[in-house]
Design a binder for this molecule. Structure first.
Ligand code: HEM
Length: 384
């Protein structure tokens, strides 16, 4: 007998695919705790998402059989691995990485402004996310295309819920990491100058990290970075193209770039959701949910919740940053946030300083990305 309730919505329907942000707004108003076969229980309200984030004992991250360091873990394992990871995003590391990041953007911008009209996602957003990630990890530039290909396959398999393909894709990534580890072992690479080698020399529970753990950490960083950063810079560029007055303001007051970035990404979230599983029965929004049920936290919707953000569709720089769930909250709060903030700040500083116009291209419309991606699939822009 099937004990599942009838579905409240279909996350794969054409309506959701057409404009997922609008569809999630609609769900938040119509059925804020909604069941579907594909996503389990989706939480659309800020208050419900926040409650799950701050109660990791009831809402566990152990959602998958596959090793996922640290996102698929609960304390005490999670705590031990977070301790290893966080120093890689320290202020000192960020300061040292800034000039490298700026040089990557400067080179990309030369190409973009020389062409005048670009398909921003393929010509700027994705190359930026890949190049900056490879530079951060000290990976060879020859990997750029391979990473892009891997990300594409990962999206397709996630959408199709193809477990076999997902396992193969995870294995493929592990092989790629094994090659990088092998090269470093043979060369005796110095952990002081190579972040991947530094990770290989870390200890957990009094023993060295296994290759599988190193691969999982790097996979989490790579997925964390490439998808969200490319989606984010696309969303930022599209917003600026539609708001020339904001371009003028940010060109004259570049100090406003960081808060403007967080507010634009609150309006249009680059990351759709993360998963949890209940460890006991709970009641959320009047729905009784048993132990062992799948939960999805919908970031895009939570950050547009009218009961927390007055006039949620309005860009405002005077909002309380503590309410913005862009990087999550609680023990799984994004450890890569300092890197993400650095990358987006440098990207926008260079983009705005090197151009005088970012505009849409008449008669060429953008296409919206579908889950599991967010933002734009294609984005024609005129940049000069
Ligand atoms: C705009 C860019 C980014 C956004 C919006 C973002 C957002 C998030 C959010 C909402 C979470 C919480 C997930 C949860 O509660 O289950 C998270 C976790 C995480 N993010 Fe990010 N992220 C971004 C960039 C990055 C970057 C650049 C990295 C690393 C290079 C990264 C690595 C991670 C990792 C490893 C976790 C898991 C943390 C844990 O479970 O303790 N993210 N991110």
């Amino acid at each position: 007998m099937n004990n599942q309730p009838p579905p409240d919505w279909d996350p794969k329907s054409n309506e959701v695919r057409r404009d997922q942000r609008a569809a999630y707004d609609e769900m938040r108003r119509r059925c804020p705790v909604a069941h579907s076969e594909f996503m389990g229980w989706s939480l659309f309200r800020h208050t419900d998402v926040n409650r799950a984030l701050n109660d990791h004992e009831t809402y566990s991250n152990a959602v998958s059989q596959h090793l996922s360091v640290p996102n698929g873990m609960d304390p005490p394992e999670h705590t031990a691995y977070r301790r290893i990871i966080e120093p890689y995003f320290s202020p000192e590391r960020m300061t040292a990485f800034e000039p490298v990041c700026r040089a990557i953007v400067a080179k990309l911008m030369l190409d973009v402004s020389a062409r005048g009209e670009v398909e921003f996602m393929a010509d700027a957003a994705l190359p930026f996310a890949e190049q900056v990630q490879c530079a951060f990890l000290n990976w060879p530039t020859a990997l750029h295309g391979r990473l892009a290909n891997w990300t594409r396959k990962n999206h397709a398999a996630t959408l199709a819920q193809d477990r076999q393909a997902l396992s193969e894709i995870a294995r493929e990534f592990e092989e790629l990491i094994d090659e990088l580890i092998e090269t470093r072992m043979q060369a005796g690479t110095d952990p002081k100058t190579d972040l991947t080698a530094a990770l290989m020399s870390e200890q957990v529970w009094g023993r060295p990290l296994s290759n599988e753990e190193v691969a999982s950490i790097l996979r989490n960083w790579t997925v964390g970075e490439i998808d969200t950063i490319s989606a984010s810079v696309g969303i930022l560029a599209e917003y600026l193209a539609g708001h020339s007055e904001l371009q003028v303001q940010l060109r004259s007051q570049p100090g406003l770039i960081p808060p403007a970035t967080e507010e634009i990404l609150r309006l249009h979230g680059p990351l759709v959701m993360n998963r949890r599983v209940t460890t006991r029965s709970v009641e959320i929004g009047g729905k009784k949910i048993g132990a062992g049920e799948r939960i999805t936290l919908n970031w895009i919707s939570a950050n547009r919740d009218e009961s927390v953000f007055d006039e949620p569709d309005k860009f405002r720089l005077d909002r309380d940053p503590a309410k913005n769930l862009l990087y999550g909250a609680g023990i799984h709060y994004c450890p890569g946030a300092p890197l993400a903030r650095l990358e987006m700040r440098v990207f926008l500083e260079e983009l705005l300083a090197r151009t005088h116009e970012i505009a849409t291209v008449p008669e060429q419309s953008s296409t919206i990305a579908v889950y599991p991606a967010s933002g734009f699939a294609t984005l024609p822009l005129r940049i000069r």
